[in-house]
Design a protein. Structure first.
Lengths: 155, 163
């Protein structure tokens, strides 16, 4: 039985370090690219599903890097502060601020929006229609399933 | 002859048939011994009573199956909202729903019947496979409407296999 002998000039441990470097760089690229794609996807889903988008909700979603391999999109504390209606738009609800009897806080309609106030022309309103669920979070997660395969194959 | 329903309506109504049958089979009731109602659609009507489960198809993706081919890998996002009357009921219903939907459900092609609009003609055409997307309580804050105070959402991504 013949034998083939291969001699390498690489020192022990160098190959492992080389392979580790490549893997780390690849992983870093994949998570950063996925975060970028996720940010674009959620902004697109929000803008496409709204009748009269102002862009405020879409702008509130942005990518954040926590560590070398850890990214996120959508800071809940920031969202609660800047756009407290983000859950209502995603899940749909009776109305923002409505009480248990479906009555909105005192106010008036202005350019299609309910503005709170207590002047003479303000009143308590009962909304006839619910806020429709836009499901932009679920749609983005589905988009990301496709994106993961695409980003990994970009190599 | 009425037009045959499309895939989206068929999936919604196949899921409705599946869930309604399972509720009868497992005798899923509320605390008053009334069967849990399944509603198809995203709009909650004022005359609906709690508890109920709403199901609707929200979105579709058509990824290309392979380069150079027009075959598509079609997936359908389905939203299932549980509207419960208390937290215990919400947890029980979400566990039950997750358990029974896990293995997928039969896909029916439906043809509306002019003699009985409420009972379309069903032909079994395959299996709807399920991937879970989200499964969590819908938390909208403290001062919310009764319909929204014990809500749970399970969203699934589905695709049809077989004939």
């Amino acid at each position: 039985m013949s034998k083939i002998t291969v001699t390498s000039n690489i020192k022990p441990g160098e190959l492992r370090k080389w392979a580790t470097d490549i893997t780390e760089k690849s992983a870093e690229r994949v998570v950063r690219r996925l975060a970028e794609m996720c940010e674009v996807s959620i902004k697109t889903e929000i803008m496409n599903s709204s009748k009269m988008p102002t862009g405020a909700l879409a702008d509130a979603f942005f990518k954040i890097q926590f560590s070398r391999y850890h990214w996120g999109v959508g800071d809940i504390d920031y969202l609660n502060d800047a756009t407290p209606y983000w859950r209502h738009i995603n899940y749909g609800s009776e109305a923002i601020g409505a009480n248990w009897e479906h009555i909105l806080p005192m106010g008036h309609w202005e350019d299609g929006r309910w503005v709170e106030g207590d002047g003479d022309d303000n009143f308590f309103a009962v909304p006839n229609t619910r806020i429709q669920a836009h499901n932009y979070i679920e749609r983005t997660i589905v988009d990301m399933h496709t994106a993961i395969n695409r980003v990994i194959s970009e190599g | 002859m009425p037009l045959e329903w499309g895939i989206k309506r068929n999936i919604e109504n196949s899921l409705y048939v599946f869930l309604t049958d399972k509720i009868d089979e497992n005798n899923v009731t509320d605390s008053n011994n009334d069967k849990i109602l399944i509603r198809v659609g995203r709009k909650v009507s004022k005359d609906w009573t709690l508890p109920c489960i709403t199901v609707y198809l929200d979105d579709k993706t058509s990824e290309r199956a392979e380069v150079g081919s027009n075959n598509r890998l079609k997936t359908y996002l389905i939203i299932m909202d549980i509207y419960a009357t208390n937290e215990g009921e919400r947890l029980d219903l979400s566990d039950w729903l997750e358990e029974i939907i896990n293995d997928g459900f039969r896909y029916f092609s439906m043809l509306p019947s002019t003699s009985g609009p409420q009972t379309p003609i069903q032909t079994a055409c395959g299996l709807v496979n399920v991937n879970f997307v989200t499964n969590a309580r819908v938390a909208l804050g403290q001062n919310v409407d009764p319909e929204d105070s014990h809500r749970h959402r399970i969203s699934i991504n589905t695709w049809i296999s077989g004939n």
